[in-house]
Design a protein around this ligand. Structure first.
Ligand code: URA
Ligand code: SF4
Length: 197
C-alpha cells in the first residue's frame, strides 16, 4: 500500500508502541504542507502540544514562527514534526527506547514529504537523526546523509534562557531560507559534512 501523511498521522494518533502512550493526553503527529520544500524536526511535544495534539504551538512554537517570518517564510508552507510524537513526563529528554520506537514515523514522513532539506532543531534531534552532538559547535552547517540534505540549528526553546541564541536561531533560519531558494533555482549546494554509511 502506498504510504501517505494521512496514514502516518492516523497510526501516530493510535500508537501504543512505547510507554509514553500511557502518560500522554494526545499524540502529536507532524503538521504542515505535504509538498513542502522544508521539514523542521524538534525533540518531542511539550505541555501545550500534548494538550492540543499539534507540534510547536507553545512558547517554542511562537519563537519558531517568528524566526520563519523574519526569513520571509510562512509557517503554512512548511512541515513541522518531532523525533518523538508523545510528550515525555515533565518534558524530560526522550529515552533511546522511546526514540527508537518512534523513529519509523519520522523516516516515513521524510520519505513521503521528500523535502529539499530537513532542518534539525537542537541536540536531541541532531543526535537522533544524524548521530551528532555539540549543537552549538555544529549549528549553521549543511549535512548530507543517504542523499538527503539536512541543516542544523539550535532548538527554539533553548533561546528562552540563553538570549544570545535567539540571534543565532534567527540568522540560521535566514540562511536556511537562502539555501532553499538556491535549491529551488537548481543550484548545487555543497555540504559541510558528508555522512557516508
Ligand atoms: N519543543 C519541541 O521539541 N517540539 C514541540 O513540538 C514543542 C516544543
Ligand atoms: Fe508511539 Fe512514538 Fe507515541 Fe511512543 S512516542 S507511543 S512510539 S507515537
Amino acid at each position: 500500500m502506498m504510504d501517505d501523511i494521512t496514514q502516518i498521522k492516523s497510526e501516530v494518533i493510535q500508537c501504543t508502541k512505547c510507554d509514553l502512550a500511557k502518560t500522554r493526553k494526545n499524540s502529536v503527529p507532524g503538521k504542515g504542507y505535504q509538498h513542502s520544500d522544508v521539514m523542521f524536526v524538534g525533540e518531542a511535544p511539550g505541555r501545550s502540544e500534548d494538550m492540543q495534539g499539534e507540534p510547536f504551538v507553545g512558547v517554542a512554537g511562537k519563537i519558531l514562527s517568528d524566526a520563519l517570518k523574519h526569513a520571509g517564510m510562512s509557517r503554512d508552507s512548511t512541515y513541522i514534526t518531532n523525533v518523538v510524537k508523545c510528550r515525555p513526563p515533565n518534558n524530560r529528554i526522550p529515552s533511546c527506547i522511546e526514540r527508537e520506537s518512534c523513529a519509523e514515523y519520522l523516516q516515513r514522513e521524510i520519505q513521503v514529504i521528500s523535502p529539499r532539506i530537513v532542518c534539525v532543531l537542537g541536540n536531541t534531534a541532531f543526535n537522533s537523526v544524524l548521530g551528532g552532538s555539540e549543537i552549538t559547535k555544529n549549528r549553521g552547517k549543511i549535512i548530507r546523509k543517504d542523499g538527503q540534505l539536512y541543516f542544523v540549528t539550535v532548538h527554539p526553546a533553548a533561546t528562552i534562557y540563553r538570549r544570545e541564541l535567539l540571534d543565532v536561531l534567527i540568522s540560521d533560519i535566514d540562511k536556511l531560507s537562502r539555501i532553499i531558494t538556491e535549491l529551488k533555482n537548481g543550484k548545487d549546494i555543497p555540504a559541510d559534512i558528508e555522512h557516508t554509511p
